[in-house]
Write a protein that binds this ligand. Structure first.
Ligand code: CMC
Length: 385
């Protein structure tokens, strides 16, 4: 029976660490140098000069758009923001208590049923489906939040860009230009990150030749977990628990002694400072000064100092989730929407990888190394004890 253990596998890697599972030209991370590029362009340049729409185009189509291409893409995104009436009604009726990530799963699956391109497999049809999902996720999140808090929904404003429109639909008033721009940058920074767990989940689903909505729903489920996108919300909870910078040392050392994770630190690929965290920290600093409220940033910086002192030699540094929550808090985004906002930004990375992988598709089907017994006699139920 030894044959059962002959997996034909080259090597076992827990959590698929270091395994190359696809060829991709979408993004690359240098985990030792702390660098991230989308289609070759450093993330710092995109944060400085690009917009979420332009970055989305770059990720989906491979090149920066011309002015005409960007205008066309942006107006397509704007048109597709509007939810079909049945989806809008469903979102408004969903119960107020579940975590909004669970609501997002349900609503994206539901929206797929009303997608006019649902059964189209041609490139244009798939692209329209993809752009529709990216455009609709912010509307779903904002409508749900307004409905659960007993407020009238605010329909999308076609004159606003992706980031500004989300804040408008959420708060019912137009954000100032600076806030909209900071949020736009946060979306750019979260848009894509290689074969992270949620992107991989989307690719696995798509590799069976399932549909794009199912792939995105798989990704949302994977992103929700606290080891992935769910970390951002928990960072703020931790900052509240700590309360002030002078309590940070005791909190962190106790947590490490008890082998608890400090949320917003560590990464499978980065063994140095995450470049996205560096940019988000600047904005967290800026907004803390602007609003003269340094409570969270001062605790955050103290935690960072202690963590780097204690675990920097192991390659544990702040990741994208550490400072994003402080930024979102100043933008008035409720805490349980931090991870849905991550999903809203990352939907483009999910879609780009699904489109790229399925163009030269092969179903994902790894093996497990069998560690059970070789042979066990079947015992009839009446003889079992
Ligand atoms: N706090 C304390 N210790 C940590 C942390 C942390 N946040 N992260 C890693 N370590 C330690 C871990 O205990 C282990 O130590 P030892 O070798 O002594 O057992 C070592 O570092 C390696 O950890 P690992 O779990 O093998 O690393 P991984 O690559 O499997 O996990 C991670 C990566 C992100 C899941 C992990 O660092 C973690 O749990 N971080 C906290 C959650 C978090 O912030 N997640 C967001 C990740 S970035 C954005 C995203 O993907 O959404």
């Amino acid at each position: 029976m030894g044959v059962l253990k002959d997996t034909g596998a080259i090597e076992y890697s827990k959590g698929l660490e270091g395994v190359i599972a696809a060829l991709s030209s979408i993004s690359a991370i240098d985990g030792n140098e702390g660098k991230l590029i989308y289609r070759g362009i450093p993330i710092e340049m995109l944060a400085k000069y690009s917009s979420y729409e332009e970055t989305a185009y770059l990720l989906l189509y491979g090149d920066l758009p011309t002015r005409e291409e960007l205008d066309e893409f942006s107006s397509q995104m704007r048109e597709l923001r509007i939810l079909p009436k049945k989806v809008e009604d469903c979102v408004k009726e969903l119960p107020p208590n579940p975590h909004p990530m669970d609501i997002l799963k349900v609503a994206v699956a539901h929206a797929g049923l009303y997608d006019p391109d649902q059964y189209r497999c041609c490139r244009e049809g798939v692209m329209r489906k993809v752009i529709r999902i990216i455009a609709q996720i912010p509307t779903i999140i904002a409508y749900y939040h307004r409905a659960r808090t007993g407020q009238e929904i605010v329909p999308p404003d076609q004159n606003l860009g992706h980031a500004a429109n989300f804040l408008y639909m959420l708060h019912g008033k137009k954000p100032d230009e600076e806030e909209a721009r900071i949020f736009d940058i946060a979306l750019i920074l979260h848009a894509e990150h290689g074969l992270n767990a949620s992107t991989f989940a989307a690719m696995v689903t798509a590799s069976t030749l399932s549909d794009i909505n199912s792939a995105i729903v798989s990704a949302i489920g994977a992103l929700k977990g606290p080891l992935h996108g769910g970390a951002n919300e928990r960072v703020l909870k931790m900052l509240d628990e700590i309360g002030s910078p002078d309590k940070a040392e005791e909190y962190v050392l106790n947590a490490l002694k008890e082998k608890r994770r400090i949320m917003g630190f560590g990464h499978r690929v980065y063994k140095t400072y995450d470049p996205r965290a560096r940019i988000l920290k600047e904005y967290a600093e800026y907004l803390s000064d602007k609003y003269n409220d340094r409570k969270y940033i001062s605790i955050g910086e103290k935690i960072e100092e202690i963590m780097i002192r204690e675990l920097g030699n192991k390659g544990i540094f702040p990741n994208v989730d550490f400072y994003s929550g402080i930024v979102y808090q100043f933008l008035g985004i409720p805490r349980d929407l931090f991870t849905p906002v991550f999903a809203m930004a990352r939907s483009v990375g999910w879609a780009a990888h699904v489109c790229e992988y399925t163009q030269n598709n092969r179903i994902f089907r790894p093996r497990a190394y069998y560690t059970g017994p070789d042979y066990v006699e079947y015992v009839p139920i009446e003889n079992r004890r």
